[in-house]
Write a protein that binds this ligand. Structure first.
Ligand code: SIN
Length: 308
């Protein structure tokens, strides 16, 4: 798949007349995108205290739109962590090499090398995935805050897995209903290691933290009750209980269906954007940027429930 030419929805907000769900509180506006998912929130300053009713609006928008783009957030790492924590406990990434100094809750996502050494995980999101689906309790959602953006590229794509489930052909629904699939952090690790300097050898302790898990192929969102396909090309290796060739063939069909252009929103980053996406509803992919251009992002990841 050529990411650069992916014919998907852009960042533009829908015209006000097309947005039945637009809400405008006293302090900030929520503007749904003209896309299969996503909304931007403008006029909010997360460096200020956030009253409970404003938090509730953001929470609702996150459930309704799956990605919210909080514009122009000039916040510190501590403020990103504090806001993220309001949604649940934070997860510490197994690649502790790329934690932000003094803030282990923040994973640096970056292609920058300093003195020949990576300062962050440069190939995070190279394959479609849902964050930490390889943990028993995968991530509820992730927040990614733009620190330095490249002049070209660096987009993030999101695929709506509720739509993927809703539109899945009946014979594929029947084939996967009630089944579980294995998710493994190490599935593509060796391949990524060969391609880039960002994948250190893992210690036995790190490997023990990412033992394979079984997850339902179709999950129910614990807050909205909507069903979503829950497999990804990065972490899902096989469907339990099926012969290897059948499982491979079925997964290939699910992967291809889930990231069809009509399910996708492509985010073109603006300075100080803070994105908050729902890993229970979406897959995402980093489109990448030219090596010579710096891209630095800070990610926090919120723990979710056991998928069912
Ligand atoms: C990620 O997969 O968390 C990183 C996404 C990005 O860098 O755009």
């Amino acid at each position: 798949m050529t990411i650069g030419t992916h014919p998907v929805s852009a960042t533009r907000a829908a015209p006000a007349s097309a947005c039945a769900a637009v809400s405008s509180g006293a302090a900030f506006e929520i503007r749904p995108f003209d896309a299969p998912l996503g909304a931007e929130i403008v006029g909010l300053d997360l460096s200020e205290p956030l009253p409970a009713e404003d938090f509730a609006r953001i929470h609702r928008a996150h459930l309704d739109h799956h990605v919210v783009v909080l514009r122009d957030q000039r916040i510190t790492p501590g403020q990103q962590i504090a806001f993220s924590r309001r949604f649940g406990p934070l997860q510490i990434h197994v690649l502790h090499q790329f934690q932000l100094a003094g803030h282990p809750e923040i994973l640096i996502v970056s292609n920058v090398l300093e003195d020949g050494k990576p300062i962050g995980l440069g190939d995070a999101g190279h394959f479609w995935h849902s964050d930490l689906s390889y943990k028993e309790k995968p991530s509820l959602g992730s927040l990614l805050h733009a620190q330095e953006l490249p002049a070209e590229g660096g987009d993030t794509l999101f695929a709506n897995m509720h739509l993927a489930w809703d539109t899945l052909p009946a014979h594929l629904k029947a084939a996967v209903e009630g089944r579980k699939a294995e998710h493994t952090y190490l599935a593509k690790y060796a391949e990524l290691q060969q391609r880039s300097p960002w994948r250190p050898n893992l210690t036995p302790e790190q490997i023990a933290q990412v033992a394979p898990v079984l997850q339902p192929v179709v999950r129910t969102h614990p807050e909205t009750g909507r069903r979503a396909l829950f497999v990804s090309e990065h972490f899902t290796t096989r469907i339990a209980g099926l012969p290897e060739d059948e499982s491979r063939d079925l997964l290939a069909q699910l992967f291809a269906h889930s990231v069809k252009p009509e399910h996708i929103y492509r985010h073109r980053w603006q300075e100080h954007d803070l994105l908050f996406w729902d890993n229970r509803s979406l897959l995402h992919l980093a489109a990448g940027c030219p090596d010579a251009l710096r891209r630095v992002m800070y990610r926090t990841t919120i723990e979710g429930d056991l998928p069912f």
